[in-house]
Ligand binder design. Structure first.
Ligand code: HEM
Length: 564
């Protein structure tokens, strides 16, 4: 073909593409402009060309580049304290979103209307989960999977699972102990991620990978994918190496999971009883639950073949398992770190926490593990420990929710202002709800007692304003597991170790590394030591990769606590 014609065809295609883009832009902005004219709350700085992208950019620039975007939105939210909701027109980077930090509006979104999950969410989680999964599904499909997994997360199952968690935390203690002897600075995130991976791989696949002591394909592959991930950061998303690295790890993880599923499937059809994730024989692993459901349900019978499981089914099952591996390790790991971080700044709270453990488990900290194994119910007695965890999750919520709007849906704020949702998605920013000064007295203070005071006390929390796990039918399925795991971690470590952040020393050690190394390698440990970065004075601020993570994985030192 003549090169001249090829060039002309190319130019024509580019021009058509551009005209189409302009058409979409005009179509979209006209709708937002109409909402503006109707008086819907939104930042004034809006333009036909860029919507609110520049506003977000301006607020993002008040913080370090890798700070969680919710931090900027929380700051912006202060301008909308009467409505506690405002529109951000971020098209074409994201849909136009109603940002919400009102408990009343949040309840309408998650419970009254239980709005559908936003389509784009599946795409942005794709590299981590591999495709459609329970977190992103809607309607009957979601209902079916939730019903399959619910029994695995009942309070009774979680109690039976306690001995396994205790064993994993004991290994974590051994590794901390080793760090005290070595005396070096290390990133706490490296240890907590391996701990939570240990706990969740057993529950998910019912295999003991000993993630804490050995390299393993599942935990390390997932970590690599997360390191190269961002839900929105264009610098990360445009890195040409990103899809290659993520697809490589994705392929290896899928291969491992599918091999394991096939093995367990063959055990099942050969008449072996399903494997259980705890010695009690009552905790079904995620893999067992999936395989049992495939045996029960009609559609899956059709999908199955004589020699194995149908491709479509096994692919969906693999995505679900990847979701659990991710959801079960990433957020819990960050939350454990933030608990230590807050305790290191509040010695009075730490003292009370230790006193509670001594009162319940006796003066010898080394006895607590066996006591817990034999009597998991003791966890329920640790009320102050639970309050410390809840307050940590209030101040450092690692997740958020994003839902789609829809025709005929109208949300109403407490002033009765109506938000028609035809053209808007909606996001509840948990961080902003949890710092909302109308509903939380002394919102930025770490006050675990607010979860212990009686109704009528000024600190007594409004239940609708506390939503780290979201509320309503789509609330986190793993919250009982998180509370158990975090309580066990605190009970077995708080009286043995002193963990202190070591950002200044880490900075000195890594001064020679430059930002481009991080961008090139996806390694966040070395990032941006040129400036003394913090968010509202906090060096361990939340950065975002998939869930939020403490900056630089929380460099710290650990010492053994010598009890008198
Ligand atoms: C501190 C730890 C955790 C936090 C803060 C957290 C938070 C959340 C939130 C906010 C949601 C709702 C998301 C949305 O509406 O889009 C959610 C959903 C979910 N979480 Fe968690 N999560 C945590 C740990 C876990 C663990 C340990 C597991 C599994 C073992 C888990 C599994 C899930 C699943 C499967 C869903 C989807 C539920 C559904 O749509 O029906 N999460 N989580």
């Amino acid at each position: 073909m003549c090169p001249h014609i090829v060039t002309q065809a190319f130019i024509f295609a580019v021009v058509c593409g551009f005209v189409h883009f302009l058409f979409l832009l005009h179509h979209h902005r006209s709708k937002i402009n109409k909402l503006r004219n109707q008086g819907m709350p939104m930042p004034k700085e809006w333009s036909w060309a860029t919507g609110h992208l520049l506003t977000l950019w301006r607020y993002k620039n008040k913080f370090p580049r890798d700070a969680f975007v919710g931090t900027a939105l929380t700051l912006l939210a202060a301008d909308f304290s009467d409505t506690e909701a405002f529109v951000m027109d971020l098209w074409p980077v994201a849909p136009a979103i109603l940002i919400v930090y009102s408990p009343e509006l949040s309840t309408q979104i998650s419970t009254k209307y239980n709005l559908l999950k936003e389509e784009s969410f599946e795409k942005s989680l794709g590299p981590i989960t591999g495709g459609p999964n329970m977190l992103t599904m809607n309607g009957e499909q979601w209902k079916m999977w939730r019903a399959i997994f619910n029994p695995g997360f009942s309070a009774a199952s979680m109690q039976d699972y306690v001995p396994h968690v205790v064993s994993s935390v004991e290994t974590f203690c051994e590794l901390l102990d080793k760090k005290t002897r070595e005396g070096d600075i290390f990133r706490l995130g490296d240890l907590t991620m391996r701990l939570t991976a240990d706990v969740i791989t057993k529950l998910t696949l019912n295999t003991s990978l000993d993630c804490q002591r050995s390299e393993n394909l599942l935990g390390d592959g997932l970590q690599a994918i997360i390191r190269w991930h961002s839900l929105w950061d264009p610098f990360v998303l445009m890195n040409p190496l990103r899809p290659i690295v993520q697809r490589y790890h994705s392929w290896r993880i899928n291969r491992y999971i599918q091999r394991e599923l096939r093995k367990q499937f063959l055990e099942q059809i050969s008449g072996k009883p399903p494997r259980d994730a705890a010695d009690s024989g009552r905790v079904k692993s995620i893999a067992s639950l999936i395989l049992e459901s495939s045996a029960r349900s009609k559609p899956s019978k059709l999908l199955r073949t004589r020699t194995g499981i149908d491709h479509h089914f096994i692919n969906l099952a693999t995505n679900q398992i990847r979701l659990f591996l991710f959801a079960g390790s990433d957020t819990t790991s960050s939350s454990i770190i933030y608990t230590y971080h807050l305790l290191s700044q509040h010695p009075g709270v730490l003292e009370k926490l230790r006193a509670e453990h001594t009162a319940i488990f006796g003066p010898d900290p080394s006895k607590a593990a066996d006591l817990l194994r034999n009597s998991p119910i003791l966890l329920n007695k640790c009320r102050y420990t639970m309050a410390v965890i809840k307050e940590t999750l209030r101040l450092y919520s690692p997740a958020a929710t994003m839902r789609a709007g829809g025709d005929g849906i109208v949300l109403r704020d407490r002033t009765n202002y109506a938000y028609p949702m035809e053209h808007l998605s909606v996001s509840i920013i948990h961080r902003a709800v949890h710092l909302n000064p109308r509903v939380w007295p002394r919102p930025r203070e770490f006050l675990p007692d607010r979860f212990l005071v009686d109704r009528g006390h000024e600190l007594y929390p409004n239940p609708a304003a506390y939503r780290p796990f979201e509320q309503g039918p789509r609330a986190c399925i793993g919250q009982n597991m998180v509370y158990n795991e975090m309580r066990i971690v605190l009970i077995l470590t708080a009286r043995k170790f002193i963990i202190k952040p070591a950002y200044e020393e880490w900075r000195t050690l890594h001064r020679w590394k430059r930002e481009w190394i991080e961008t090139f390698s996806g390694d966040e440990s070395s990032a941006r030591w040129e400036i003394d970065e913090h968010v509202f004075g906090d060096r361990a601020y939340q950065t975002e990769k998939a869930g939020t993570h403490p900056k630089n994985g929380y460099p710290c030192r650990v010492e053994v606590l010598h009890n008198e």
